[in-house]
Every structure is written in structure tokens, then in C-alpha cells.
Ligand binder design. Structure first.
Ligand code: FAD
Ligand code: NAI
Length: 479
């Protein structure tokens, strides 16, 4: 007789471990299976996000930003820092320690919430009257049964056909976070394919540390999903930092040699270009991961891209089987995965879990940071919505001046008739934190005037948010 659980979660990333905790809070007997191994072969829950995504990338962004400030901005404050050097090995060790703290924190949380953790790979065996049988292949092998299964198996980096990742020269996000592990040096020349979120964040890290960075982007527009005005402002800042971003390229042959990588491509003018680099990061999106899950055993439906097909409630085509996070449709973001995990646990408990896709924030942690929620100006135009726009530059914000970072702006888009906020777009210092106010406002269906009438602390960057809301009604006070 296999161990019986009310809920079995397959995958311990932000979608999975949060679903497991919420289900346990709701009184269910819960198991969570995750196969990620740390360097010693032990469990490392937290998924892509904790191990090779959100957390380690932000650790490296922070270290490289300190280095950049010491080199380029301390002098403005009267601080002289001579011969600033970067110990790459130490930076990577710090990052690994940040990851470990998060892994350990998640193991603690699972234990605290009485979730039974299994370290190994979960795969479907069959459906019985008692539920769905899952084989767990870890150090030992055992079968467990869940009345409800939540699949949260995440995603993997998409490779370019014919150019497999070797994580030595041709790197996915995994290798991109380990550059310098061997030899402790910063690559002289770094090439990236794809100027999306990973391309810009990882490109920024290594550019700040001194690499010559070239990002090759297939599309003719820069950050097409971002509000055009904001993307333009960000591009100006990246150009100034020496991030070389080539748009509208067609990548051809890639040769992975002993000394580095050669990328042959055609640029936007149709010219053939040969780019030599020490390392190549391929950041062209991610694909849903159902590897080893054996979905056929229960007749689970996948779409043509390999993602698990779910309805608006994250229900699959098999009764009692749910799926959340990167393995299903929608934005591949940790907080989206978490929200879906919570909602599914609550639906299993007969509650009305809800995820509002219109108010999921996006943040790109470059410098300047880029953050947005809701619709862009180009989307409103395409949708034929009459809107009013208001912008406020950080140049006119006292706190930004005191910080020494006045790049960028806050932009509000509000309905022309009702004044309801339809989108808020930001580029500038710490906008990853500022965007939350806009998310809350949109959740409560606030108008631009609501934000404009709320008292914001002075001096704070958040005053730029209030001023942009005032700008919708053409009555900024400080610009
Ligand atoms: P995952 O985090 O991928 O977790 C899936 C887990 O399931 C993994 O541990 C995997 O080992 C395990 N698993 C898979 N199959 C099985 C199986 N059969 N049995 C047992 N275990 C299995 N998002 C943000 O919101 N903010 C960011 O700043 C951010 N930065 C990122 C930076 C990088 C470099 C990358 C690559 C991604 C980043 N993301 C970020 C995206 C974010 O990491 C994902 O959206 C998020 O991790 C998805 O969560 P998930 O739970 O669906 O899947
Ligand atoms: P992405 O979808 O953000 O960007 C991929 C880019 O590659 C696009 O601009 C695309 O046009 C381009 N591209 C695709 N094929 C190409 C080709 N053959 N040649 C040249 N360019 C090509 O994907 P990315 O950067 O790999 O990140 C994956 C996902 O991970 C993100 O979409 C996001 O969901 C998540 N993520 C989130 C972060 C955050 O929230 N801060 C940070 C990093 C990743």
C-alpha cells in the first residue's frame, strides 16, 4: 500500500513549494517532490528561481552594481576609491551562499508546515480509485498516491537548434551565473543572443565587471512588450553604459571552438558579420518542462509547445490534476507561479482562489530598473481605448537628485472618461519597489486622481508616482 496524501505537489519551485504550504495551511496532508540537487547532492528546493534564476541573478546584479558605483560614482560623493578590484570567486561564493540560505529556508518552511518532502523525480504511474500514483525516484524508489496532484515542474532554457549548451562556452542562464568559476576571470568579450530579460540582466552584470558585451536581438524593436517611451529611455541608458545591443539580426552558424565561440550573423543592414567572443549566453526564452513526468501514463494533454494545457483555474484535462507556473501558459514569473499555486490550493479546498492576470507586475532589474503593470500606450491604441497619459521625470525628484540617479520617469495611463488607471510604466532608480503602489491601485480600480490625492513621504522616489498621476490631469507641482 503506497503512502496516501490529499495533495501531492511535483516540483518545489515558487509555484510548487508555495502551493504545498498553502494546501497544508488549509488542513490537507501534503507531499512535495523536488529533484534539484545542490553541489553535495542534497536537496535544493526553490527551483529555477532560487537556484539559477531570480535569486542568484539579483545577487550578482547587486555585487556588480557596488563595483560599478565604486568605480564610477563614489567620486561624485567625494569618496576616492583607488584600485578597486573584483574578486570574482568571492562574488560567486557569496551568490552561492545566498542561494543556500534560500534553499534551507524553504526546507524549514516545508517542515514547519508539516509538508512531507521527497527528494527525487516524480513521474505518473497510473490513476486508481484512491487517486493518482506517483513514482518518486530519489536515493530509493517509492510510489505515493495523491487525491489531488499539482504539477509545478517549471521550465528550461531554450537552446538554438544545432548549438547545444555546454555550459563552458555556450551558456544557458545556469552557466551565465557561473562565469568565472573556473579561473576567476571576467571574459574579455561576451556575446549574448536575445535582448530580453535575461540578456539585459546578465549582460549588465558582466558589462559592469568589464566585459565587452554584445547582445544580438532578432526583432527590430527593443523590448517590444515594454511601453515604447519607457523602452526608448532604457535603451539610451544602456547605450551610455556601453551595452552594445544590435537589433534585427539573423543569427547564422555558431562555432564553439577551443578558445571561444564565433557567431556569424547578418545585421539589420543585411551585412554579414563575424563576432568572436570568449563566452556566448543564449537567452531566447524558455520552454515548459515535463521531462521525466510521464504525462502519457494518465493521458495528460500538452500543447504543441510542450506546455501542460490548463483552463483559467489551472485544471488540466485529467480530473484531480492541476498545473501552475512556468509549465503552463502565461508569463514565466515567480510571483505568477506563486499566485497560481495559492489559488489552486484554495480551489482544492472549495474556496474561490483567484489570479488577476491584468495586475501582474513585471520588473527588469537592470540599471535603470524597468517596471510596469497593466497595458502599454501601444496596446491601448491597438485596443482603441481613449486614454490620458501623464509622465514625471526623476530629474525633477529631490530624492533622486540626492541619490545621484535621475535617469528615467514614471508614466501613468488612465481612462479618458473614468480616469481609472489602465497602466503604469517606470524606468529609473528602485522602480522594482515603486511599482507595488501601482499594482495595489489597479487591484482596487483606483483612478489617477486617487493616487494624486494621497500623501507621499518627502523626499522619496514615490513622489514621482504621485506627480505622474497629477500629470494625467496636467497639474504636476514640481515640473
Ligand atoms: P521552477 O522554478 O522551474 O521549479 C520547478 C522545480 O520542479 C525545479 O526545482 C525542478 O527541479 C523540479 N522538477 C521538475 N520536474 C520534476 C519532476 N518530474 N520531479 C520532481 N521535481 C521536478 N522571475 C521573476 O518573477 N523575477 C525574477 O527576477 C526572475 N529572474 C529570473 C532570472 C533568470 C536567470 C531566470 C532563468 C528566470 C528568472 N525568473 C524570474 C523566472 C522564474 O525563475 C520562474 O518564472 C519561476 O522559477 C517559475 O516557477 P515554477 O515553480 O513554475 O518552476
Ligand atoms: P525573453 O522572452 O525575455 O527574451 C528572449 C529574447 O530573445 C526576445 O527579445 C526574442 O525576440 C529574442 N530571440 C528569440 N529567438 C531569437 C533568435 N533566434 N535570435 C535572436 N534573438 C532571438 O526570454 P529570456 O530573456 O530568455 O528569459 C526567459 C524568461 O525568464 C523571461 O521571459 C521571464 O519570464 C523570465 N525572467 C524574468 C526575469 C525578471 O522577472 N526580472 C529575469 C529573467 C528571466
Amino acid at each position: 500500500m503506497s503512502k496516501q496524501f490529499d495533495v501531492v505537489v511535483i516540483g518545489g519551485g515558487p509555484g510548487g513549494y508555495i502551493a504545498a504550504i498553502r494546501a497544508a495551511q488549509l488542513g490537507f496532508q501534503v507531499a512535495c517532490i523536488d529533484e534539484w540537487k545542490n553541489a553535495a547532492g542534497g536537496p535544493a528546493p526553490g527551483g529555477t528561481c532560487t537556484n539559477v534564476g531570480c535569486i542568484p541573478s539579483k545577487a550578482l546584479l547587486q555585487s556588480s552594481e557596488h563595483f560599478d558605483h565604486a568605480n564610477h560614482h563614489f567620486a561624485d560623493h567625494g569618496i576616492s576609491a583607488m584600485d578597486v578590484t573584483m574578486d570574482v570567486a568571492k562574488m560567486l561564493a557569496r551568490k552561492d551562499n545566498v542561494v543556500k540560505q534560500n534553499n534551507d529556508g524553504i526546507l524549514y518552511l516545508l517542515k514547519k508546515n508539516k509538508v512531507t518532502f521527497f527528494h527525487g523525480r516524480g513521474s505518473f504511474v497510473k490513476t486508481t480509485l484512491a487517486g493518482h500514483e506517483i513514482n518518486v525516484a530519489g536515493k530509493a524508489e517509492e510510489v505515493i498516491t495523491g487525491k489531488h496532484i499539482i504539477i509545478a515542474t517549471g521550465s528550461n532554457a531554450r537552446a538554438l537548434p544545432g548549438t547545444p549548451f555546454d555550459e563552458v562556452n555556450v551558456l544557458s542562464n545556469d552557466g551565465a551565473l557561473q562565469i568565472g568559476k573556473v579561473g576567476g576571470t571576467v571574459p574579455k568579450k561576451l556575446a549574448l543572443i536575445g535582448s530580453g530579460v535575461i540578456g539585459l540582466e546578465m549582460g549588465s552584470v558582466w558589462r559592469r565587471l568589464g566585459a565587452e558585451v554584445t547582445i544580438l536581438e532578432g526583432l527590430p524593436t527593443f523590448l517590444g512588450a515594454v511601453d515604447e517611451q519607457i523602452a526608448k529611455e532604457a535603451k539610451k541608458a544602456f547605450d551610455k553604459q556601453g551595452l552594445k545591443i544590435e537589433l534585427g539580426v539573423k543569427v547564422g552558424d555558431i562555432v564553439n571552438g577551443k578558445k571561444g565561440v564565433t557567431v556569424n550573423y547578418t545585421n539589420a543592414k543585411g551585412e554579414a558579420v563575424v563576432l568572436d567572443a570568449d563566452k556566448l549566453i543564449i537567452s531566447i526564452g524558455r520552454v515548459a518542462n515535463t521531462m521525466g513526468l510521464n504525462p502519457e501514463a494518465i493521458g495528460l494533454q500538452l500543447d504543441e509547445r510542450g506546455a501542460i494545457v490548463v483552463d483559467g483555474d489551472c485544471k488540466t484535462n485529467v480530473a484531480g490534476v492541476w498545473a501552475v507556473g512556468d509549465v503552463v501558459r502565461g508569463p514565466m514569473l515567480a510571483h505568477k507561479a506563486e499566485e497560481e499555486g495559492v489559488a489552486v490550493a484554495e480551489r482544492i479546498a472549495g474556496q474561490h482562489g483567484h489570479v488577476n492576470f491584468n495586475t501582474i507586475p513585471w520588473v527588469i532589474y537592470t540599471s535603470p530598473e524597468i517596471a510596469w503593470v497593466g497595458r502599454t500606450e501601444q496596446q491601448l491604441k491597438a485596443d482603441g481605448v481613449a486614454y490620458k497619459a501623464g509622465t514625471f521625470p526623476f530629474l525633477a525628484n529631490g530624492r533622486a537628485r540626492a541619490l545621484g540617479d535621475t535617469t528615467g520617469m514614471v508614466k501613468f495611463l488612465a481612462d479618458a472618461t473614468t480616469d481609472e488607471i489602465l497602466g503604469v510604466h517606470m524606468v529609473g532608480p528602485q522602480v522594482s519597489e515603486l511599482i507595488s503602489e501601482a499594482v495595489v491601485a489597479m487591484e482596487f480600480k483606483a483612478s489617477a486622481e486617487d493616487i494624486a490625492r494621497i500623501c507621499h513621504a518627502h523626499p522619496s522616489l514615490s513622489e514621482a508616482t504621485k506627480e505622474a498621476a497629477l500629470a494625467v490631469d496636467k497639474r504636476t507641482l514640481n515640473f
